[in-house]
Design a protein around this ligand. Structure first.
Ligand SMILES: Nc1nc2c(c(=O)[nH]1)N[C@H]1C(S)=C(S)[C@@H](COP(=O)(O)O)O[C@H]1N2
Ligand SMILES: [Mo]
Length: 434
């Protein structure tokens, strides 16, 4: 197992051009021009082969400069998609200005008049109401929670063979203190009817496609009997500041422990539904294999073997951990202790233990956990490590949560590129000191 684990990360296996084209649904004819860029040994030596898993912590893209944001890694600009650089994860709280950004639709407002803004409760309620921003601030008890917001496709660039979708490194996540009002307090004012089965959420961003099409509106729903509704909040503050526009100003849903696709930004409409939501974003997109690691074999998938799927909201975020420092960008020195630092989290409960390995996963040592900021938060960890002699090392970290869940050592695969939580490695070089 450890051998597989190491070889997976040390080499970058290549998928044949035919397989790659098939995966992306392209015909050979239309892709003759790709042959040059993706085929041939020469290209492989000088370019990152995008059919292989990315060896980089974050994606390798130019920086973008957006209002209210530090320079962030640009995956896309229509719609805006930005990744947080690795350095910001040294802190337990991700600064608002460095927090990653993901949109599906490209029409977002440049300004919002809070005196006109309303949150509408519609559908299967006895008392459909709307609230102003001032109502939210004054008529409800404020509550705060520290919670990790992670995109379902975080680390998608690790999938081999690669899958379509934003080729995120590990930076499609962030941890913040969210303050707002309880979803249940708001729902109770509108009085859900007995036969309500789901609550639907929509923000005011939209796409240029016709109304009613998936590319016009991004809409997600949570089951009425999901216990997470009790902990879900409508947040107007992020790290004790108003939300940055790109992270959902003026109000966003915070669903602790669940993937961020449910954390609707610019929240404007809450609808009580008396039948299951069958919109594209629930029924077709964001679905995962229904099994322990939400993983299927690529070969079976290619053969068309069918598998049962569930919406990604049916699970919590699987446990993960990351080494943030050392980052492999400079040599360490033999016999000199260094502090290895990182973060861990799990959607299933508190992080119980984080282990560290300096030999590619053959031996593991327990690390020291940092401050407990709540079970849905990043948990910092560190360990002092002394490389005994010069050479190359493969560092790794592996977290366990209080439910006994841990990270797989071997890669998972699914066609959406979701739920990656395989142990991450960090290659390190140690130099001689004499
Ligand atoms: N209104 C709206 N909310 C949204 C989305 C969106 O496209 N529109 N994308 C979701 C997805 S898939 C993710 S990963 C998170 C990203 O949150 P962030 O941009 O604040 O980091 O927002 C979620 N909420
Ligand atoms: Mo996402």
């Amino acid at each position: 197992m450890n051998k597989d684990f190491l070889s997976y990360f040390s080499h970058f296996p290549v998928i044949s051009r035919r397989e790659w084209l098939k995966l992306f649904g392209l015909s050979t004819l239309s892709t003759l021009s790709l042959q040059k860029s993706f085929g041939g040994e020469e290209a492989r030596k000088t370019h990152l082969d995008i059919s292989s898993p990315s060896p980089f912590w974050t994606s390798q893209n130019p920086f973008a400069y957006e209002p209210q944001k530090l320079p962030l890694i640009r995956l896309n600009d229509r719609p805006i998609v930005l990744e947080t650089p690795r350095e910001f994860f040294e802190f337990s709280f991700t600064p608002n200005a460095a927090f990653y950004v993901r949109y599906h639709l490209d029409c977002i407002p440049n300004s919002i008049d809070l005196s006109k803004w309303r949150l509408f409760l519609q559908g299967n309620f006895l008392n459909p109401v709307s609230f102003s921003f001032a109502d939210l601030l004054t008529r409800f008890e404020p509550v705060s929670i520290v919670a990790v917001n992670q995109c379902s496709g975080n680390s998608r660039s690790r999938f081999y063979p690669r899958v379509p979708g934003a080729q995120w490194g590990n930076g499609a996540m962030g941890n913040a203190k969210w303050t707002g009002v309880r979803l249940m307090d708001v729902l109770n004012k509108a009085k859900m009817k007995e036969n309500t089965v789901q609550i639907q959420f929509q923000g005011f961003d939209y796409g240029r496609s016709p109304e009613g099409t998936p590319a016009h509106s991004f809409i997600k729903s949570l089951d009425r009997d999901d216990p997470i509704l009790e902990e879900t909040i409508l947040a107007y503050a992020m790290n004790d500041e108003p939300l940055p526009l790109l992270n959902g100003f003026p109000l966003r849903l915070v669903v602790p422990g669940k993937f961020a696709t449910y954390w609707i930004k610019h929240l404007t409409w809450i609808r009580a539904l008396d039948s299951l939501d069958t919109n594209f974003w629930m029924k077709t997109a964001y679905r995962i294999p229904k099994n322990r690691h939400n993983s299927v074999s690529f070969e079976d998938y290619q053969k068309g073997v069918s598998f049962e799927t569930i919406p990604i909201g049916a699970i919590q975020m699987p446990v993960r951990s990351f080494i943030i420092q050392p980052a492999g960008d400079s040599k360490l020195i033999e016999k000199m202790p260094v502090q290895v630092k990182g973060i861990a989290f799990s959607g299933y409960g508190a992080v119980a233990k984080v282990e560290f390995s300096s030999d590619g996963g053959n031996h593991w040592q327990e690390t020291t956990l940092g401050k407990d900021l709540g079970k849905y938060s990043f948990r910092n960890w560190h360990i002092f490590w002394t490389p005994k002699k010069a050479g190359e090392y493969i560092l790794a970290s592996r977290a366990w949560d209080e439910k006994g869940n841990t990270q797989p050592l071997t890669p998972i695969w699914n066609p959406g590129g979701y739920c990656w939580n395989t142990v991450e490695t960090q290659r390190i070089w140690v130099g001689k000191n004499s």
